[in-house]
Design a binder for this molecule. Sequence first.
Ligand SMILES: Nc1ncnc2c1ncn2[C@@H]1O[C@H](COP(=O)(O)OP(=O)(O)OP(=O)(O)O)[C@@H](O)[C@H]1O
Length: 283
Amino acid sequence: MVRPSLFRGQLGPESTGEDGYATSSVESYRDGVAYSVEVRDVHKSFGSSGVLRGLNINFAENAVTTILGPSGTGKSVLLKHVVGLLEPDRGEICIFGQDIWSLSDEERTELRKRFGVLFQDGALFGSMNIYDNVAFPLRKNTDLAESEIEEIVLKGLSEVGLSESIKKYPNEISGGMKKRAGFARALVMKPDIVLFDEPDSGLDPVRTSLLCDLIVDMHREHKGTYVVVTHDINTTRRVSDYVGVLWKGELVYYGSVDEAFSADDPFVQQFLSGDSVGPLGME
Ligand SMILES: Nc1ncnc2c1ncn2[C@@H]1O[C@H](COP(=O)(O)OP(=O)(O)OP(=O)(O)O)[C@@H](O)[C@H]1O
């Protein structure tokens, strides 16, 4: 299989298995779990408004971690810190054991190539067809020949069930198809870490379930660290290995998915039940 391997291992021990996908280059282990992303005591304010207030959370390697929490509580801001688009006022974000803000700009740019990000609407380029959208990161970041790019892109689009739509433009396909195309593009560089910002937003329940199955299947196939921000309890149940609940810029609950759904913790109970009575308020 053709694969872009030029960025792997540059910021840590060699991390690819024979198939080119992430095995482990994780340097942080705790309680038998390897963590590829560590968020340590991160503070972030915009003006006078504190959004992240001493946030600590680690994301386990080869696992799907879901982040829940009320609107405006800092989930997207957290994702932007993890991928190095926002710099903390205080605290550290360590990726594969390295504090990303201790790296040079060039090293940080290289590190970002180990991430795949799926935004809410797929963030596709409207002027490019689906094939070219998925090929874009390979053309921009690698020197692979067009024939090699074609092999990777067609395989990726087939995995997300879009083989019949490669010539279509984003405005010609449904919201669910856009998300699947965005997912194929997020995976095309074979990232070690994939971030999903509300992948289920705007989808009906059946399409949400299908997308969840796809996330689980793709994770099983490609492995790596997946972080999913969602408001949807069914999504949480279907895709997660671990669940974290954020509130007012702090982690108020973290546990395995089974623990979360049986927890008597008031934050997690209120969020999972959607109850208006409990510690999570509008403020
Ligand atoms: N670049 C920015 N400048 C100023 N304020 C910002 C910026 N980015 C985020 N914020 C503020 O930070 C807070 C948290 O935003 P964030 O998007 O992380 O919330 P969220 O938990 O993802 O919410 P939702 O579930 O509604 O998407 C909000 O009050 C938002 O207005």
